[in-house]
Ligand binder design. Structure first.
Ligand code: PMP
Length: 404
């Protein structure tokens, strides 16, 4: 059988739909964020990155780099095994304590990525808790959806960010089955924020456990970077908080925090935790330094807020339509995959601006967009350059402007 022909048939379909994923080949430059070199068929050139999830530039922070280098010298490159078989290092345990403290919980458990932490935790909870029902926000991330699917638990989808709909769905369920309400704080593509208090109120009323993904919030919200739940004083009412070390903390890895029994349960049953090599200790050391730093420093969070507000105001002045939300994520809506890609190409080729087109299935068809994430390290001149470029492109391509 010609397998390549089978693969190519589906790839060709993606291409003709405009949904084929092209990588931009970047070479990050230490200490230069948000500048990076872009390699393509025409050669190499410096670009400004506008779509990174290294939201605060911590991936190039001198303290984080020093911590990683020190730990590599001290421990070597790899962990040496799975967590159960020789791979648990002192640095992992120190990081887990730091994470538990960050969220005001008693325990935490590390995973190799945020994706794996969601997948492993939800699939374990849903499959191990007898008759469990998982109530999942309609906007939840693929890692949560896949974890729930794999658990084979009954899944009930409630309307995005709608605590009233959640209550209707909870009310219809039998009283004595375990229920888990799974949702995010900051949604990555629209940048909208969940009404956490209302959701927790409803969940508590029906005795449901709450599972909150704070991947796009940790490091950036709350006085110590403990996420939106910390900012709203709600961390202690959330049963499980999940997060990543790969976005605002600038490293890689994922985690859950909660009670000792909850973390021990996942540790003991989750195949995504048990059967994979542990993160390198140097990664753990770097992440711990980044978390500890952002627990006290307000400089990065304040500067990011300022640049987010500045970009929004400049887009408004030029009538470039963008989604209104209260987060650091600025989606500029295009609504067509081919146009979105074309605009991203122009920005790269003519303006040295890199923003990745966001197409289906990452976002629903018809809502294709450019998603900008200003960091504290984007200068005012970077923002002016970006908005000038967008304004010229809007004129050249005769795109609709927002009416003030
Ligand atoms: N949850 C959400 C909401 C995400 O957007 C992502 C990744 N973009 C993840 C989890 C996975 O996190 P990681 O990148 O650490 O695997």
């Amino acid at each position: 059988m010609d397998f390549d022909a089978l693969f190519n048939a589906q790839l060709d379909q993606l291409k003709s739909d405009g949904n084929y994923r092209y990588f931009a080949e970047l070479e990050r430059k230490c200490g230069k964020f948000p500048r990076a070199a872009n390699h393509d068929e025409n050669g190499v050139r410096d670009v400004t990155v506008w779509c990174s999830n290294d939201y605060l530039g911590m991936g190039q922070h001198p303290k984080v780099i020093a911590a990683m280098c020190e730990a590599v010298e001290r421990t070597g490159t790899g962990a040496g095994g799975t967590r159960n078989i020789s791979g648990t290092n002192h640095d992992h345990l120190l990081l887990e304590q730091e994470l538990a403290d960050l969220h005001g919980k008693e325990a935490a458990l590390l995973f190799t990525s945020g994706y794996v932490s969601n997948w492993a935790a939800l699939s374990t909870l849903g499959s191990r808790l007898k008759d469990c029902v998982i109530l999942s926000d309609a906007g939840n991330h693929a890692s949560m959806i896949e974890g729930i699917r794999h658990s084979k638990a009954t899944k009930v989808i409630w309307k995005h960010n709608d605590a009233h709909d959640l209550e209707m769905k909870l009310r219809a369920l039998p009283r004595d089955v375990p229920k888990i309400v799974a949702f995010e704080s900051v949604y990555s593509m629209d940048g909208d924020i969940a009404p956490i208090r209302e959701i927790v109120d409803v969940a508590e009323k029906y005795g449901a456990m709450t599972y909150l993904d704070e991947v796009h919030a940790v490091g950036m919200y709350g006085p110590r970077g403990g996420g939106v739940a910390e900012r709203e004083g709600l961390s202690d009412r959330i049963t499980l908080i999940e997060g990543t070390l790969g976005k605002a903390y600038g490293v890689v890895g994922g985690y859950i925090t909660g009670s000792p029994a909850l973390c021990d349960f996942i540790r003991s049953f989750a195949s995504g935790f048990i059967f994979t090599t542990a993160l390198p200790p140097a990664i753990a050391a770097a992440a711990r330094t980044s978390i500890a730093y952002l627990k006290t420093s307000q400089i990065e969070r304040a500067a990011q807020k300022r640049q987010v507000a500045r970009l929004r105001a400049a887009l408004d002045r030029e009538g470039i339509p963008h989604m209104v939300n209260e987060s650091h994520i600025i989606p500029v809506m295009i609504g067509d995959p081919v146009k979105t890609r074309m605009l991203a190409d122009y920005l790269m080729q003519e303006w040295d601006i890199y923003v990745q087109p966001i197409n289906y299935p990452t976002v629903p068809k018809g809502t294709e967009r450019l998603r900008f994430t200003p960091s504290p390290l984007h200068s005012d001149a970077d923002i002016d350059h970006l908005v000038n470029a967008l304004s010229v492109l809007w004129r050249q391509c005769a795109l609709a402007r927002a009416v003030a």
